[in-house]
Design a protein around this ligand. Structure first.
Ligand SMILES: Cc1ncc(COP(=O)(O)O)c(C=O)c1O
Length: 403
């Protein structure tokens, strides 16, 4: 089946060393459609100014684009109010804002639960908070096959648990975590923080349906530009949390010895925001909505399954995080037995095939699997079965060259 999106992505029409580009690293960052690229150029050509600060036409225009993107994001993840949508520079910043803001809310002996499959971005901020406040930092283990069970997360929750911080989808294996199931089986009031960096591009996200307290993601994984991320938080909670980054834009009144913070959402948006990146995110959301990208989610699941079968047929491959018991999409991590993952990625690149190799910012995960890293293939809306064929062909050639 030919891919209906690919033609919209100019970089994928390029050739490198006479090879077509087979882009299989979307979990790291997605490529951008023409609509997004043009929107940034148009914004600079026609509307660029700082936001919120000026009375002039350009600033009014820029502010209108910035604030209408906030409304688009609200609608995209079905938040109740635009006050719940904070623009950050990326998901990592959103996570750090909440980890720092919760400092005074947690007490000696309180427990934070996370898992062994987390990206460092959803691991170190909580570990650091736990160390600073003498909290218990409980890490739910993955199984030896590289998957995690929702039951194990549920069973880990105790009387002392105050916060559960988990991924919606693993960036190593593509496993989707059933956050709703976990949330539904918890009786007491616990804060749920969801790292949605990977899920945002591969499943529909409804924060009200998930009933999570916080949800973060980065625009660059959703076919938008880098430089802007989203922190969602329930309005009541965000209102009660203190500001943690100080400066212009986040204040109401400033005196010589005190200040009062602005109301939401500005309270968490200190300094000049990523203005043009937000215009690009707006175009990315329009593009995805107009093209009904959710119709492609099943195809991404099938691509993952197809690649796993092809790799199994090669015979000398270890594949991680594969099990009939899980739901997963778009991402496959593997090693070729006896070969180095970086060598594989470097040789594949000679054929125009671009994958990721390394620990994927998940060192505890790698340590559990007793490996330093993996090769990772990840799909986006522009990929098709043809890319898998090109990849397998290049992998076979690479294997021969390295043997
Ligand atoms: C699951 C997950 N969480 C968090 C991040 C961090 O994203 P960013 O670097 O855009 O903040 C990533 C990026 O790869 C990720 O895959």
């Amino acid at each position: 089946m030919s891919n209906i999106f690919k033609a919209d992505f100019p970089i994928l029409q390029k050739r490198i060393r006479n090879n077509v580009i087979t882009y299989l690293d979307t979990a790291s960052s997605s490529q951008k459609p023409t609509a997004v690229i043009d929107s940034i150029s148009n914004f600079y050509l026609n509307s660029y100014e700082n936001v919120h600060r000026g009375m002039n036409s350009l600033s009014i225009d820029a502010t209108e684009i910035y604030e209408s993107t906030r409304e688009k994001v609200r609608s995209f993840i079905n938040a109740k109010s635009t006050n719940e949508i904070i623009f950050t520079k990326n998901a990592t910043e959103g996570t750090n804002i909440i980890a720092n803001a919760l400092f005074s809310f947690l007490e000696d002996g309180d427990e934070i639960i996370t898992t062994e499959l987390e990206h460092h971005s959803n691991f170190i901020p909580w570990m650091s908070l736990a160390k600073k406040k003498n909290l218990t930092f409980k890490v739910v283990p993955i199984l030896p096959n590289g998957t995690i069970r929702e039951e194990d997360i549920i069973n880990a929750i105790s009387e002392s648990t105050k916060l559960v911080a988990i991924s919606h989808m693993s960036n190593v294996t593509g496993q989707m975590i059933d956050v709703k199931k976990i949330k539904a089986s918890v009786k007491k009031d616990i804060l749920f923080f969801i790292d949605g960096c990977q899920s945002i591009a591969h499943r529909s996200v409804d924060v009200q349906d998930l009933d999570c307290d916080f949800f973060v993601f980065s625009s660059h994984k959703l076919y938008g530009p880098s430089g802007v991320g989203v922190l969602y938080g329930k309005e009541g909670l965000l209102n009660s949390l203190p500001t943690v980054i100080f400066g212009g834009g986040m204040i109401n009144q400033v005196e010589l010895d005190s200040f009062t913070p602005a109301i939401l959402p500005n309270k968490f948006e200190a300094g000049t925001p990523p203005i043009e990146a937000t215009a690009g995110l707006s175009a990315a959301l329009d593009y995805l909505i107009e093209n009904k990208f959710e119709n492609y989610f099943d195809e991404e699941i099938k691509l993952r399954e197809s690649l796993i079968n092809e790799l199994k047929n090669l015979g000398n491959i270890d594949i991680y995080g594969v099990s009939d018991d899980i739901h997963a999409s778009s991402i496959v991590s593997f090693n070729v037995q006896g070969k180095n993952y970086n060598d594989i990625a470097t040789f594949l690149d000679q054929y125009g095939v671009m994958i990721r190799s390394g620990h994927h910012c998940c060192q505890p995960f790698m340590k559990k699997l007793k490996i330093p890293g993996t090769c990772r293939v990840s799909f986006g809306i522009y990929n098709s079965q043809e890319d898998i064929s090109l990849f397998i062909d290049a992998l076979n050639k690479t294997n021969k060259l390295l043997s």
